[in-house]
Design a protein around this ligand. Structure first.
Ligand SMILES: Cc1cc2nc3c(=O)[nH]c(=O)nc-3n(C[C@H](O)[C@H](O)[C@H](O)COP(=O)(O)OP(=O)(O)OC[C@H]3O[C@@H](n4cnc5c(N)ncnc54)[C@H](O)[C@@H]3O)c2cc1C
Length: 412
């Protein structure tokens, strides 16, 4: 039996970030990850490009991985939001928040490499990979876990199990929690294009009748495309030649960035909403996509997961310093209270945006255009929306203020 202070199932963007955050706090941590970071089919560190909020940058800085990400991170200084074929639009910027950018755009693979190299240097984190959770049982004072690690069958025990195993979380499914789990009738097609008139620092979110189309600025004048389309259109869009795809994209987006030239291979993601009602259970906490999987409109999924990481890491570090039970009710209720509103409210807001902007019903269309024009004309309202997406509102954990966790003496 291998004993740990904490076992994290899933070493993707969220689970890996939690392990980095707690590294150096004197805890013995195991991360159980099914797929090596370098594998083509790694589901977290893949070809997607992530829009990081300003708050997320601060967290990544505080956990020590930002220096390896920043050379590939392009700042977003303005977001241009518009409704295709209608008059409403608005522009969001960092305004008077006193920061250099609303956020950044970084490739998930680069983030994965930064997280994995930080973990490789951490003496208190053991990465079991490729390893898969087979079974777990929750007892009064611990969780017993069985893991298949290559040919070996390992038995682990810990006072706290954290599930960061993504949208199809095996941990969540075994707990049989009350969960909203709905498939959108949409897929997201992602690719990278090179326009001939890139606008440094400007991201675009264009709502269309089939779903939102986002163009996010990347280094080297490239743009990451997240094209939400109806499920029945997906295979045809993937099958188009590069030239025909660029032509379709140009017709959807227009010429604000000039003419699109090169395009990288396309990839489709089915979209769904998963929202677990109570992701904090005795000795088990679900974070990231395991607790809430969001539509990519407004780029909130990982940012929300990273806020889970910052709050949970703080609560665990505090309990460790106090010599308290890491999976005990006191520590976990503190985390539950802290995260109880941000998770459902961000999920609902994202769901609303995904549904309202594809609805062609005239009163709703007029209302959303008026709302966008109103936002453009009323700076305080626009500023509040920008702050929300920058991840700088509410009770901020230390890491979200850019302050590393207080370390405890190493446990015996
Ligand atoms: C097209 C698209 C664009 C997006 N854009 C943005 C954006 O701009 N901004 C943003 O904030 N978010 C964005 N997101 C959301 C973001 O990608 C997710 O929120 C993020 O990947 C969640 O990370 P996670 O670690 O919780 O889960 P995952 O990324 O799913 O990782 C889960 C990990 O657990 C491992 N695992 C699963 N089961 C087991 C098991 N049984 N045993 C061991 N290991 C296991 C997997 O191998 C994987 O490594 C986007 C999502 C999509 C689909």
């Amino acid at each position: 039996m291998h004993e740990y202070d904490l076992v994290i199932i899933g070493g993707g963007l969220v689970g890996g970030s939690l392990a980095c955050a707690l590294s150096g706090c004197g805890l013995r941590i195991a991360v159980v990850e099914a797929v090596p970071a370098s594998a083509e089919h790694q589901p977290s560190y893949d070809e997607r490009v992530i829009a990081l909020s300003w708050g997320s940058r601060r967290i990544l800085e505080a956990i020590g991985v930002w220096p390896d990400i920043s050379p590939e991170a392009e700042p977003i200084r303005q977001v241009h939001v518009s409704d295709r074929g209608h008059c409403g639009f608005t522009r969001l910027g960092p305004g008077d928040a006193g920061v250099e950018a609303l956020g950044y755009v970084a490739p998930a693979r680069v983030m994965g490499a930064a997280i994995r190299s930080a973990l490789a240097l951490s003496p208190d984190v053991e990465l079991l990979c490729p390893a898969r959770l087979s079974e777990y049982r929750v007892a009064a004072d611990r969780v017993d876990i069985e893991v298949q690690h290559g040919d070996e069958h390992l038995r682990l025990t810990t006072p706290l199990l954290v599930a960061a195993d993504g949208g199809d979380s095996a941990v969540r499914q075994r707990l049989d929690l009350e969960t909203r789990d709905e498939r959108y009738a949409q897929d997201a097609i992602i690719t990278t294009v090179s326009p001939d008139r890139p606008r440094t620092g400007v991201a675009f979110e264009r709502f269309t009748d089939t779903g939102p189309l986002a163009l996010l600025p990347m280094t080297g004048g490239r743009y990451s495309v997240v094209w939400t389309c109806r499920g029945e259109e997906t295979s045809a869009l993937l099958a188009l030649s590069d030239d025909a795809f660029l032509e379709r994209l140009q017709a959807r987006f227009g010429y604000r960035l000039g003419r699109f030239q090169q395009v990288s291979p396309r990839r489709a993601y089915p979209l769904k909403l998963v929202l677990t009602r109570n992701p904090v259970q005795p000795r088990v906490v679900l974070i990231g996509n395991a607790a809430h999987t969001l539509h990519p409109v407004a780029g909130q999924g990982f940012n929300l997961g990273l806020r889970d990481v910052a709050a949970l890491a703080e609560v665990i570090a505090q309990s460790a310093r106090a010599g308290a039970d890491l999976g005990g009710p006191a520590a976990l209720s503190d985390y539950r209270n802290w995260r109880g509103s941000d998770q459902p409210s961000t999920a609902r807001l994202t769901d609303l945006l995904a549904r309202v902007f594809v609805n062609p019903w005239t009163p709703l269309r007029l209302a959303r255009n008026a709302a966008m024009l109103g936002l453009d004309l009323i700076p305080p309202a626009r500023h509040r929306v920008a702050q929300r997406f920058m991840g700088v509102g509410g009770r901020l954990p230390r890491l979200a203020c850019g302050v590393p966790l207080e370390k405890a003496d190493a446990r015996s």
